[in-house]
Design a protein around this ligand. Structure first.
Ligand code: SF4
Ligand code: SF4
Length: 509
């Protein structure tokens, strides 16, 4: 069932009264309909966000440009890994089961690095939430970034809020259709390029671009471009704020993680109420009567990309983008009043100011220190794991059936599958050896020992090689099981890796 987000139209609260308390009071005295009468689905209101200028809008433009530039251009960044290795800085190489990120190469067995990264990202998100609420939603979330881009295109083609609204309600002309057609065409182009950039992370980007251009790319590339074109066009062009209101789980999770010290976009009702026109406020103030700073110009509502009136208090639809702050600051500057009627603030500060105390920002507190500590610890573990990772590994699988074979001469033989993993970007030779009870011999199937008695296996650069081996023990009591250790030693550098296993006697059949 889709949850309905209620945007309540309210009489303003009494000066100084907390907004939420005001809502509760209204519900109690029956001004609001009982829950049974509230429809489950709210019809969508078309939102025409007005353009706005100011500090937070500039930050959002900067974030938009940087994040989109990274997304679209990163596949074309080259990284020299030597001959016969991919030269793309960031590449998810499914056929060879590798993930390349600049100097880091992740193998399938090392997926825990990705897990570590995801844990780190989650804690950073929690920290951002503890410091400034849904600042991720307002500035960095892909839905926000692409929706912002689509809004910019819409304004460019259809005009700002007023012009766009007027054109929509008037009888549509050829010009209306032409503008709408152009807007949807540009949206589709952006969506198409978004899908196109996505597939470039999975293959050599310049090569894939050429193949796509001449129609010779793999079908799966076209399929993914199509899927991402449709989803980007739908999510950023048509669904917009509905993704934040109805589809995304983060607002619900975020609400459970926040505390009273987190900075949120807040209407300072202690200062703004009772709201009234500038002239009326001047008149009342001249008579020594109270008048709030809010002029009820509704600029804060008009610029909101999710259609929220922040003056009604905290709202699930508010993505904390700060655009209403810019709009209100512009209005306050215009009429010569102090800015900051809407600001990143806390309800605690509003209460303190009402009591004549100064507001404060408490960034260092239990939860932020905990999150910072977790980030440092998780980051340090990951850095250590990366620094200490070996570029040589050996995996051993003992044959299951049979576990052991009794030979004619009374000796016992076990079979194993060994896999040597060479993560270096050069071919290497490895001598295989074994340590076990006296009388234990290792034989590599298909690779006779050299004159020095060692079996040497070549493994290509950045490759693994699977080999079959048998271990025979002569003279061991055939009813026992003994620990053994396999070794793979780089014949050039002497680097060695070991893997423990067991030699099974006959009783384990
Ligand atoms: S209420 Fe303000 S901060 Fe919240 S989404 Fe709207 S414009 Fe952004
Ligand atoms: S922009 Fe500021 S002055 Fe205008 S309605 Fe919003 S809070 Fe009031």
């Amino acid at each position: 069932m889709t949850a309905q987000v209620r945007t309540m139209s309210l009489d303003r609260p009494a000066p100084g009264a907390p907004v939420l308390a005001h809502l509760v009071a209204e519900a109690e005295i029956g001004k609001m309909p009982p829950d049974d009468d509230i429809p489950l689905y709210a019809p969508r209101r078309e939102i025409y966000p007005q353009s706005v200028y100011g500090r937070f809008r500039n930050i959002k433009w900067a974030v938009l440009v940087v994040t989109l530039a990274i997304y679209y251009l990163l596949p074309f960044v080259r990284w020299d890994r030597g001959p016969n290795a991919p030269s793309q800085a960031v590449l998810i190489d499914f056929p060879n089961r590798r993930f390349y990120f600049f100097f880091i190469e992740i193998w399938p067995q090392e997926i825990y690095y990705i897990t570590g990264l995801l844990i780190l990202a989650a804690i950073v998100l929690f920290l951002m939430n503890a410091v400034a609420g849904r600042v991720w939603c307002g500035y960095l979330c892909p839905q926000t970034v692409w929706t912002d881009l689509f809004f910019a295109i819409e304004r460019l083609v259809e005009g700002d809020r007023r012009e766009h609204m007027q054109r929509d309600v008037r009888k549509w002309t050829i010009e209306t259709y032409a503008r709408k057609g152009l807007k949807h065409f540009l949206w589709l182009m952006v969506a198409w390029w978004t899908g196109g950039a996505w597939v470039l992370y999975f293959a050599d980007a310049p090569m894939l671009v050429k193949e796509l251009a001449i129609g010779q790319a793999p079908f799966v590339a076209y399929a993914w471009i199509g899927i991402l074109t449709i989803t980007t066009y739908s999510l950023a062009g048509h669904m917009r704020e509905q993704v934040c209101l109805y589809m995304c789980p983060w607002p619900r999770i975020q609400a459970a993680l926040t505390d009273e010290f987190a900075l949120n976009v807040t209407y300072r009702y202690d200062r703004g109420e009772p709201r009234m026109a500038v002239a009326k406020a001047q008149e009342l103030r001249a008579r020594g009567e109270p008048a709030g700073d809010c002029t009820n110009c509704k600029q804060c509502v008009r610029v909101c990309p999710t259609g929220v009136d922040i003056r009604n208090g905290a709202d699930l639809g508010c993505i904390q983008c700060g655009l209403c702050i810019d709009a209100c600051n512009a209005m306050m500057t215009k009429i010569g009043r102090a800015t900051g009627l809407i600001a990143y603030d806390t309800d605690i500060n509003i209460k303190r100011r009402q009591e004549g105390k100064p507001g404060f920002v408490k960034l260092m507190r239990g939860r932020t220190l905990l999150y910072m500590g977790l980030i440092v610890v998780t980051g340090a573990i990951m850095v250590y794991a990366l620094a200490a990772r070996h570029d040589l590994a050996l995996a051993v699988i003992h044959d299951r059936n049979p576990l052991a074979v009794l030979l004619k001469d009374g000796s016992v033989r076990n079979g194993y599958t060994l896999r040597i993993i060479n993560k270096r970007l050069q071919e290497r030779d490895f001598a295989l050896s074994i340590r076990g009870p006296t009388g234990t011999e290792l034989e590599i199937i298909g690779t006779p020992p050299r004159s020095d008695g060692r079996s040497v296996i070549s493994v290509g650069q950045d490759q693994t090689r699977e080999i079959r081996a048998v271990v025979t023990h002569r003279g061991l009591d055939p009813l026992t099981m003994a620990p053994i250790t396999f070794y793979a030693t780089d014949t050039a550098s002497g680097e060695r890796t070991a893997e423990d296993d067991h030699f099974h006697g006959l009783e384990t059949h």
